[in-house]
Design a binder for this molecule. Structure first.
Ligand SMILES: C[S@@+](CC[C@H](N)C(=O)[O-])C[C@H]1O[C@@H](n2cnc3c(N)ncnc32)[C@H](O)[C@@H]1O
Length: 350
């Protein structure tokens, strides 16, 4: 029954569409609802009376919890003001896990503090038995010199070669600001934000449902990570944009048999339990001390999904030709590259 709705963006009001979804059939629900801040959506008025907005939010939050499996997780993204209300609903029907602070500076709002994060409420359906995986992100480094950003004092020997376990404050994912990267949508989320959540609480082929799909960020993330998706969207134009983008997405965010999240040419999130299998694909610093200035880098670009690589070419344009060799396990690849960047040359030949 649920298969009829999988891998589709369904057009309509989320409360109507939820009626088709059986109880406890979904592994992860994620919502990024309208913020009631008078944003300009094409077919939705984002300015309800306070109580009307909150009553409506209580209804779809209740539906998210109803359809989530006992092993599943529920996420809601919003500004802290609304999350405090959502938490009141959720505390009665689900189990609080974390308030994830996603650093994202916004415009100054007046005489008070400048808002600098969005929140993502993370609840589980059950108190025990939830599917949750620990994640790792790359070490934060100085952009020019490449040294570790933090001084770990005498503890550097204990550092993981790839990077630390991910905590509940996320500072390494930036909002989609640049017009060339945006759809015609007022508040599109970065796909690798969703990748991180999906890698944390689902496995391959699990089902991820987003009742406010927008231009399909959650669906795209789910598809490229080999999960199934269900999106609800009120607006026909946003549904069409999502579908056009989804056609071009492949389930290829994978190295060996481990799913990972890429951002540009780097892996930005991986699962801790996968590191043993992934390590052989990386040039890792040979001693723990070298982690201070040597990043764990993929041995070859062939592991990077092809749709990411053209961006690479753009970044390295205006340059002279340059041939270099990369050793990948037992194979040696000749790669023809367009690069004038000294940094890039040093990195690849060193
Ligand atoms: C904050 S946006 C979501 C953006 C999305 N996360 C993305 O990255 O593209 C909220 C979306 O919910 C849609 N929407 C508003 N009311 C809805 C309803 N009752 N049912 C389904 N979708 C709705 C709006 O059209 C809008 O696209």
């Amino acid at each position: 029954m649920i298969n009829n709705y999988c891998n589709k963006i369904l057009l309509g009001d989320c409360l109507d569409l939820f009626k088709n979804i059986p109880d406890e059939s979904i592994d992860m629900t994620f919502a990024d609802p309208p913020f009631n801040l008078k944003k300009k959506y094409s077919s939705y008025t984002d300015s309800l009376e306070l109580q009307t907005y909150l009553d409506w939010c209580g209804k779809w939050i209740g539906e998210m919890v109803r359809v989530t499996k006992p092993t599943g997780s529920i996420f809601v993204h919003n500004i802290p003001k609304w999350l405090t209300h959502y938490a009141t609903f959720l505390n009665k029907i689900a189990c609080f896990k974390h308030w994830i602070a996603w650093e994202a500076p916004t415009a100054p709002m007046g005489k008070s503090l400048q808002p600098a994060h969005y929140g993502i409420l993370f609840y589980t359906k059950s108190a025990k038995g939830t599917k949750i995986y620990e994640l790792r992100q790359p070490h934060k480094r100085d952009r020019k010199q490449g040294y570790l950003w933090k001084d770990y004092g005498g503890k550097k020997d204990l550092l993981h070669p790839f990077g630390p376990l991910i905590a509940d404050v996320w500072t390494d994912i930036h909002r989609v600001r640049h017009a060339s990267k945006r759809d015609l949508h007022p508040c599109q989320l970065p796909i690798h934000l969703l990748d991180r959540l999906i890698l944390m609480v689902t496995d391959e082929n699990d089902i991820v449902l987003d009742p406010f799909s927008g231009t399909g960020t959650t669906a795209i993330s789910a598809k490229r990570l080999g999960r199934r998706y269900i999106g609800f969207e009120l607006d026909k134009k946003y549904k069409e944009i999502s579908e056009q983008k989804l056609i071009q997405v492949e389930p290829n965010y994978k190295i060996g048999d481990s799913w990972v999240s890429f951002y540009r040419n780097d892996i930005i999130t991986l699962r801790n339990i996968d590191w043993n299998k992934l390590e052989k694909f990386f040039n890792v610093p040979l001693s723990a001390k070298l982690v201070d200035y040597q990043k764990a880098e993929l041995k070859s670009n062939i592991y990077i999904p092809s749709e990411i690589l053209p961006e690479n070419k753009e970044e390295n344009q205006n340059s002279s030709s340059d041939i270099f060799m990369l050793t990948n396990e037992n194979i040696t690849f000749d790669l023809f590259r367009q690069s004038k960047s000294k940094l890039f040359e040093n990195k690849t030949s060193g």
